[in-house]
Design a protein around this ligand. Structure first.
Ligand code: ATP
Ligand code: MG
Length: 267
């Protein structure tokens, strides 16, 4: 999975990252889904220990173009975890009150507490993506945000937060197919926004903005992964593996009872 990790301070050219890549994985969809089930079961156990131990905090950030699959990842990778310890925070266009504060204000309020896992569906990265592409603030304002984001994430990391960031990489053709599916399928139409067609025209600008994000804000304490996401099952597989690997690396343990339980007999 290291293959999809963005090394700190590299120049990222997204054209060189294949959204159909399958790495060393030799199986097909069926094998992929079977493996995903095993990984998700492992994730379920790890999340339980995370919750029980009440020590680490885990933040998962999802960013993608429209139809990139953020919702799908949330549904399929976290399908077994305990909702008591996992939360999704979605960031839409900021409210008037949010706009009256610095861009990290609404974000900081949602970060995970001890024992908690929080998934960001969009995030502070919108403030150097959509905001940049549409010139909502001048370049000197968004330009400073890369450093501000790194400092913010460093603060979280130094205070016990494990941060994982996933960019779901699809291509323009795949987006076309997925938008068409949303239009055709009554069960998907609620997700279709005419505005998504407008945004699609800005694809090259977004790729450019994402390249800067990935190149400037992948750090040892908050790494980015570029996930090949044209195949949904492979996308989920890679994300679940990275999560499992990372959580296993935390060497978590169930805590001892706070009381002395030796010799306790239940009548
Ligand atoms: P999604 O597309 O994430 O699945 P959705 O379709 O339910 O969510 P939308 O209203 O289409 O909801 O998406 C949220 C919109 O909010 C996106 O267009 C996104 O670019 C925008 N947004 C998020 N954060 C900001 C921000 N800081 N500034 C401006 N726009 C933002
Ligand atoms: Mg949308």
């Amino acid at each position: 999975m290291k293959k999809y990790l963005v090394k700190p301070e590299t120049k990222v050219k997204l054209a060189k990252w294949d959204p159909n890549d399958m790495g060393d994985f030799k199986g097909g969809k069926e094998e992929g889904l079977a493996l995903l089930e095993k990984l998700n079961a492992r994730l379920e156990m790890l999340q339980e220990v995370l919750f029980a131990e009440h020590k680490h905090k885990v933040l998962v950030i999802l960013q993608a173009m429209d139809t990139g699959g953020k919702d799908g990842v949330i549904r399929r990778v976290f399908d077994r975890v305990n909702p008591a310890g996992v939360r999704v925070a979605s960031f839409k266009a900021p409210t008037a009150e949010e706009l009256d504060h610095d861009f990290l204000w609404r974000i900081h309020k949602q970060v995970p507490a001890k024992g908690e896992m929080v998934i960001f569906n969009r995030s502070h990265y919108e403030d150097v993506l959509v905001v940049r592409v549409h010139n909502y603030v001048p370049p000197e304002v968004w330009g400073r945000r890369f450093d501000q984001i790194n400092q913010f994430e460093r603060t979280l990391a130094e205070n016990g937060t494990t941060i994982l960031k996933f960019y779901l990489h699809i291509d323009l053709d795949e987006q076309k197919e997925r938008l068409q599916a949303r239009l055709d399928d009554p069960a998907k139409r609620w997700k279709f926004r005419l505005g998504d067609l407008e945004e699609r025209k800005f694809w090259p600008d977004y790729m450019n903005a994402f390249e800067d994000v990935l190149g400037k804000t992948s750090t040892a304490y908050a790494p980015w992964y570029i996930i090949p996401a044209n195949r949904k099952w492979f996308r989920d597989l890679v994300i679940s593996s990275v999560l499992v690997d990372t959580l296993e690396g935390l060497k978590m343990n169930y805590p001892e009872s706070e009381e002395d339980l030796s010799g306790v007999v239940i009548e």
